[in-house]
Design a protein around this ligand. Structure first.
Ligand code: ASP
Length: 405
């Protein structure tokens, strides 16, 4: 009977049931939260071998240095462009609605465990080059793994066929196997989502008052701006640049989008996104396996947009009027911070300290928005994943691929 209900409906039902369960039976949540842990661990288990094999197989598939250069240029410029659109939308909305004016500073929460990120942009860039790839893999350092995998894939194409062929076959095989494991794990998404969301609700119920109070307007500003970006800007780009149908694409992407929403982690969702983009939207493995992992690490439209609104909200709450130049600094640092943020829960909030210090705002300001960060993380992560997948479709179309969307 359950098998007859489509997976995305199963996930949606699990999500709603979990909200009720978490709020009504916070004490009992410990009996179900393990399902979320199992699901998240299974997804994490997949990521490193999947990304490594997928990039190597993608890059060897792309072939010549010219093709690789063109793909990288297109992918990175496209992702930068959408992040800039997202940031502009965020700035516009926060300046129009001004949710922070009159916010009660007394509601500020104590921030624990959030340190200023000391790394400059140069240092962050330098760290993309791993000193030890095994160590980078052990730490799950995606930018470093991607960097090495691109090199490895590229130079695989430069060696004798005698050496090249077994390597290409091997990594293609690893990729196929990891996708099979992904398909298996996907089946458990409703249970995983139930466990994660029930635990989250029980944990967050104290913050509900904040959501309906003054922070409600701030939340609505973020959600409205995210909606404009996800429902208007990205579909328009898909139509105008890619000639693709966003609605059809969205239907195929419902499982990864709901998972991104529930887990607040675009990295953990990556295996599911990859599966959906290939099997539902028809993007070739060559393109998806290069463009998507890059997107999951550098393209975070939702995060960039949210950071802009959050920083301006804090400025408004403290009664600080940011000049145009300062707003420009916010834009640029938000772009860099979103590139540097990892695809894990609350990464966007932690890395926002860079922006606050760049414009001289108090770091304690983060305490003001802490209460509602987790729910907002769910929305922005879904937008991050949606944007990565739209980018993959657009790049695939620009490479002349015939897709199902
Ligand atoms: N949770 C987000 C993601 O995984 C990052 C963030 O905190 O904004 O994409």
């Amino acid at each position: 009977m359950l098998q007859k209900i489509q997976l995305h409906w199963q996930i949606l039902i699990a999500l709603l049931l979990a909200v009720g369960f978490g709020v009504l039976f916070p004490e009992q949540v410990k009996y179900v939260s393990w399902m979320g842990d199992v699901f998240l661990r299974a997804l994490s288990m997949i990521i490193i071998p999947l990304i490594f094999a997928s990039i190597v197989s993608g890059v060897t598939g792309i072939g010549s240095s010219e093709n690789l250069g063109r793909m990288s240029f297109k992918t990175i410029s496209y992702y930068l462009m959408t992040s800039i659109f997202a940031i502009a939308t965020g700035l516009l909305m926060v300046n129009l609605i001004r949710p922070g004016v009159g916010a009660d500073l007394g509601l500020s929460m104590v921030v624990e465990g959030i340190d200023v990120t000391h790394d400059s942009f140069g240092q962050t860039l330098l760290k993309i080059i791993p000193t030890n790839i095994i160590d980078a893999m052990a730490r799950g350092d995606l930018p470093a793994i991607i960097f090495f995998a691109i090199f490895f894939g590229f130079f695989t194409t430069k060696v004798d066929a005698h050496y090249r062929e077994p390597i290409v076959t091997f990594f293609n095989a690893v990729f196929e196997i990891m996708m099979k494991i992904t398909l298996f794990v996907i089946k458990f998404t409703p249970l995983g989502v139930f466990g994660i969301v029930a635990a989250l609700m029980a944990d967050q119920s104290d913050n509900l008052a904040a959501i309906f109070g003054r922070l409600g307007i701030y939340m609505l500003t973020v959600i409205a701006a995210l909606a404009i970006h996800a429902f208007i800007t990205l579909p328009l780009l898909m139509r105008l640049i890619g000639g693709a149908n966003a609605l059809k694409h969205a239907r195929g992407l419902s499982v990864p989008l709901l998972t991104a929403f529930s887990t607040s982690s675009s990295s953990a969702t990556l295996p599911l996104t990859m599966e959906a983009v290939e099997s539902k939207s028809g993007v070739s493995n060559k393109t998806a396996s290069f463009v998507l992992p890059l997107g999951a690490t550098i393209n975070m439209d939702g995060t960039a947009l949210y950071q802009c609104i959050a920083v301006l909200f804090i400025a408004q709450a403290y009664g600080v009027e940011l000049t145009l130049i300062q707003q420009l600094i916010v834009m640029i640092t938000a772009l860099l911070a979103s590139i540097g943020a990892a695809g894990i829960p609350m990464a966007g909030l932690v890395i926002m300290t860079i922006i606050l210090s760049a414009v001289g705002l108090p770091l304690e300001g983060i305490g003001l928005i802490l209460a509602v960060d987790r729910p907002l993380d769910m929305f922005r992560t879904a937008v991050n994943v949606w944007s990565d997948s739209c980018g993959t479709v657009i790049i695939a179309k620009s490479e002349g691929e015939v897709l199902k969307v």
